[in-house]
Design a protein around this ligand. Structure first.
Ligand SMILES: NC(=O)c1ccc[n+]([C@@H]2O[C@H](COP(=O)([O-])OP(=O)(O)OC[C@H]3O[C@@H](n4cnc5c(N)ncnc54)[C@H](OP(=O)(O)O)[C@@H]3O)[C@@H](O)[C@H]2O)c1
Length: 363
């Protein structure tokens, strides 16, 4: 038990420091700049975009209402935390929202809250379990049968599991949920997005919600087959690997979309550290105390949803693809996350795994 807590604390502390280090672009800037960046982060001073760590999702989208009505967005993981706030704010800006959820009762409550604030909001709830290829496929078939356009796809759902668990496809649960499910979802919806963008002339946008903790992954810890079936499971490692995979997915797909001149972009974001359900498995006095001590570094949920909403709706991010954003500004991801060969290799391995599995009937 102590060991588990130790591991969780280690990862939380790492994440907090990594957040600061990443914001500071720690390895690249001089100490005077470093000090400036620390102050910027803590004070929430604006970066080049005009927004910073303390900007909220409402603030970064306040000029988007006229351009965003008539848009349709799918937001995964919108039954709680950052995803629910993203859905609330996008709906407020006139975006039609599709919430894929494994718990439709929770999704109905989110819908009810959004409608209270925005009575004209259009929200559709559909079932999905991102850890299951069959369920993702069912969701896509159901969504596509509605005949709706698709402008925005926000791959936000996430899981952090302390214990080794396997999905119904017999794949480690964190990797299956955070990465593989979103990869398949994106692949199955991509042609609809390309088609919508061509018909409407409006750029399609995909946002992969990653994490600064992707920095933690070292090259020798990033093996596709070990991620599918780890022999020495560590929850923090599995989570950070899945978040690195989210960035590599964005990089490779951005390259492919550019190559085919599709009017669809894909970027990855780090939302910031927010106390949400993602640590629901890790409740305890020490975790709570750490969050209390670090509370000055944490974001509110609305600040946590700001970078996603900024990348999804802002005119400033038009044409930007294959980038990594943090605190509503373009930021630096790790050298491994920037490795194009690694991104291409991961994409090929993932695609062939999914093809093989989908040809097999799911038990
Ligand atoms: N909070 C942070 O500090 C932080 C930091 C960096 C990155 N992130 C990333 O931000 C994203 C949002 O996380 P959050 O903090 O808002 O966490 P959260 O409150 O726990 O929300 C996670 C969402 O994912 C959904 N989900 C989990 N497994 C799923 C599955 N198999 N199928 C469908 N939906 C599933 C959950 O649905 P249920 O309601 O059914 O559980 C929930 O809606 C995640 O990708 C996370 O990795 C968060």
């Amino acid at each position: 038990m102590d060991y588990c807590y130790h591991k969780v604390h280690e990862s939380l502390i790492y994440t907090w420091f990594s957040t600061i280090a990443s914001v500071l672009q720690f390895k690249k800037i001089l100490s005077c700049d470093l000090m400036k960046a620390i102050i910027n982060y803590l004070a929430g001073l604006a970066g080049p975009s005009g927004y910073g760590s303390k900007s909220t999702a409402d603030q970064v989208t306040q000029h988007s209402s006229s351009s965003s009505s008539h848009l349709t967005a799918i937001i995964t993981g919108a039954t709680s935390g950052i995803g629910a706030e993203t859905a609330r704010v996008l709906a407020k800006r006139g975006v039609r929202i599709i919430i894929p959820a494994r718990n439709l009762k929770k999704a109905a409550l989110v819908k009810e809250n959004i409608i209270k604030e925005t009575p004209e909001a259009e929200i559709t709830l559909l079932e999905i379990d991102l850890s299951s290829f069959a369920s993702v496929k069912r969701f896509c078939t159901e969504f596509l049968s509605l005949g709706l356009p698709l402008h925005i796809l926000i791959n936000n759902a996430g899981k952090f599991s302390q214990k080794l668990e396997f999905s119904e496809d017999k794949i480690e649960m964190t990797f299956a949920t955070n990465y593989l499910g979103h990869f398949l979802l994106t692949e199955m919806l991509l042609e609809k997005m390309v088609e919508t963008a061509a018909e409407t002339g409006i750029e399609g946008r995909i946002v992969n919600v990653s994490s600064v903790i992707h920095n933690w992954v070292k090259r020798n810890n990033f093996s596709f087959y070990h991620m599918l079936n780890p022999n020495n499971y560590n929850g923090t490692r599995a989570y950070s690997q899945s978040k690195l995979a989210n960035i590599l997915h964005a990089k490779e797909l951005a390259r492919q979309l550019k190559e085919r001149k599709a009017n669809v972009t894909i970027n990855a974001v780090h939302p910031g550290i927010v106390k949400t359900g993602i640590i629901r498995d890790h409740k305890g006095i020490i975790t709570e105390s750490l969050y209390f001590v670090a509370s000055k570094l944490l974001k509110s949920t609305s600040q946590g949803a700001a970078t996603t909403c900024y990348v999804a709706l802002s005119q400033q991010t038009e044409g930007m693809s294959g980038k990594y954003f943090s605190d509503c500004n373009e930021s630096h991801s790790s050298s491994l996350a920037n490795d194009e060969a690694e991104a291409h290799k991961l994409w090929k391995l993932t695609r062939s795994l999914i093809r093989r599995r989908l040809q097999q009937p799911v038990a």
